[in-house]
Design a protein around this ligand. Structure first.
Ligand code: FAM
Length: 477
């Protein structure tokens, strides 16, 4: 039995009624004003779309069905809750993305059994595929140039899965009534999420093909969770080739990092580009694969998900510069802060952005950044000699003051990308272009959950009105 789908089904009637009442009774209620400034400024501050899973407060950060990240860590089942003591170290403490998936779809905190049912749901999809990508996707992925950007490969891979879409197939056969759209959208969405460890693994293995050959770097362990299996398919667990030569403790830590990262990146309310693109394309009744590949294309922009890659490049260049300067001046660590400050000002005066800083909505230290930083603080021995991780921490103390003085950006604080890439790098994911693929695995969960609800609630095709310069000018006369 599909516990998640059944639980969702039980919620449909009352939620549809809520929406119908709102539409009938309050359609004319005004919720904001649109100014020329916001129209030309990327619609900042305009509440224009319906999104139910998460909300983003400028001062409190992300909330998942009303729960902060800390509350989620406290309340949602983690690997220890689900599997018992899986290792003799302290890991297994971060909530599993599967429990977040349950929360976002049903609005309820899952029990251990319910979380396990989501793990089994995803693993059973892969069992039916013998732990391999569908043949069409496998063929297409193998034909892509190995040096094509991993995000382009991910987008193509997800698009190609569209040939598996139950929704599209039933729709084109004229077999679907409106009230049935959600069911096959649910099945397609779960299929997409289940296939992401395989796709990410495929893309990563192609980066290593010269050394490791064409075979996968790992295999799916049907007893384990989704984040574990992403790690395996990247070659980072005992179910894999352990291509980076990690110790068992490091393997376990890497899986823990993957659970943390893929748990907190699932969603960031609806207006961000990856979520909004999925929603927009989905509103045409494009299937979940076509819809989410649009989200992936948006995530691949340097101002959005690609920032993780840019941050690591930035940290490496900065570290090199600092070391050169120290050699020149024969200085110990004394003047590092001054040198960092000078370099940040140089970049700003060259009109460059400081990657990993700023946010369109947040006006605080991103709580997701804090969560990643805590991961480091809980493992002082592991990270004490990593100069780039140290630089990342140092920057987070120095850059905000500079950005405040610079006076341009509305949020001078680090966002999640300031920390994420360099932690993956630490464990051996040294291919910078790959980081955003991991983001892309996680982000599927929020927007696809919403897409299922869009179908349940019968949200219409999105069609905002555009305005030309002549009209804008005539309005202001
Ligand atoms: N460094 C230098 N200048 C910055 C800046 C930064 N980190 N962040 C913003 N600004 C500038 C911005 O370019 C704009 O300049 P102009 O007026 O010349 O156009 C000005 O400050 C006002 O921008 P804002 O209103 O504060 O930010 P936006 O809402 O326009 O943009 C971001 C938000 C995230 C795109 C922007 O802060 C940025 O480019 N940050 C660096 C890239 C980054 O880290 N992106 C990742 C965001 C992350 F959360 C994610 O999506 N994964």
């Amino acid at each position: 039995p599909n516990l998640l789908k059944q639980t969702l089904q039980n919620k449909i009637v009352s939620k549809q009624k809520e929406m119908k009442d709102l539409r009938q009774t309050h359609s004319n209620y005004k919720i904001g004003d649109i100014t020329i400034g916001s129209l030309l400024g990327g619609m900042r501050g305009n509440s224009l779309m319906y999104w139910d899973g998460t909300t983003l407060s400028p001062t409190e950060g992300i909330k998942f069905k009303g729960l902060t990240i800390e509350q989620c860590q406290d309340k949602l089942p983690n690997a220890k809750d689900v599997f018992g003591n899986i290792s003799n170290n302290n890991n297994g403490k971060f909530f599993l993305p599967e429990s977040m998936l349950w929360l976002l779809i049903t609005g309820e905190i899952p029990t251990r059994e319910q979380t396990l049912s989501v793990i089994n749901l995803l693993n059973n999809i892969l069992r039916q595929q013998n732990g391999e990508l569908p043949p069409v996707t496998e063929t297409i992925m193998n034909k892509l140039p190995a040096d094509m950007h991993p995000m382009t490969q991910l987008s193509i891979g997800i698009t190609s899965l569209s040939s598996q879409s139950k929704f599209s197939s039933l729709y084109s056969q004229g077999k679907l009534g409106k009230s049935e759209y959600w069911s096959s959208t649910f099945d397609d969405s779960m299929k997409l999420i289940a296939n992401l460890p395989l796709l990410a693994g495929k893309i990563y293995s192609r980066l290593h093909q010269k050394k490791t050959g064409p075979q996968p770097l790992g295999s799916i362990n049907y007893e384990m969770d989704w984040a574990y299996n992403i790690s395996s398919m990247l070659g980072m667990t005992k179910d894999s080739q352990n291509i980076k030569g990690l110790t068992p403790k490091q393997q376990s830590d890497f899986v823990e990092l993957m659970r943390l990262y893929t748990g907190i990146h699932v969603d960031h309310e609806g207006g961000n580009v990856s979520a909004h693109s999925t929603h927009l394309v989905g509103s045409t009744l494009a299937d979940p694969f076509l819809s989410y590949s649009s989200g992936i294309n948006g995530l691949a922009g340097p101002l959005h998900g690609l920032a993780a890659q840019e941050v690591v490049r930035f940290l490496f260049n900065l570290q090199k510069k600092l070391e050169k300067q120290q050699q020149k001046s024969n200085d110990a660590l004394g003047d590092t802060d001054a040198a960092i400050t000078k370099e940040i000002w140089r970049l700003l005066s060259n009109q460059q952005v400081i990657p990993g800083y700023g946010h369109a909505v947040l006006r605080i230290f991103d709580p997701r950044f804090d969560a990643m930083l805590n991961f480091v603080k809980q493992r002082p021995k592991e990270f004490q000699n990593d100069k780039h991780v140290n630089l990342m921490q140092n920057l987070s103390q120095i850059v905000p003051d500079i950005l405040i003085k610079h006076g341009k950006c509305k949020n001078p604080y680090p966002n999640v990308d300031a920390a994420s890439g360099i932690l993956f790098y630490h464990y051996g994911i040294t291919e910078l272009m790959f980081f955003t693929v991991i983001f892309g695995c996680s982000r599927a969960i929020g927007p696809l959950t919403q897409l299922i609800w869009d179908r349940i609630l019968g949200l219409p095709i999105e069609r905002p009105k555009s305005i030309d310069m002549t009209t804008l000018k005539s309005m202001t006369k």
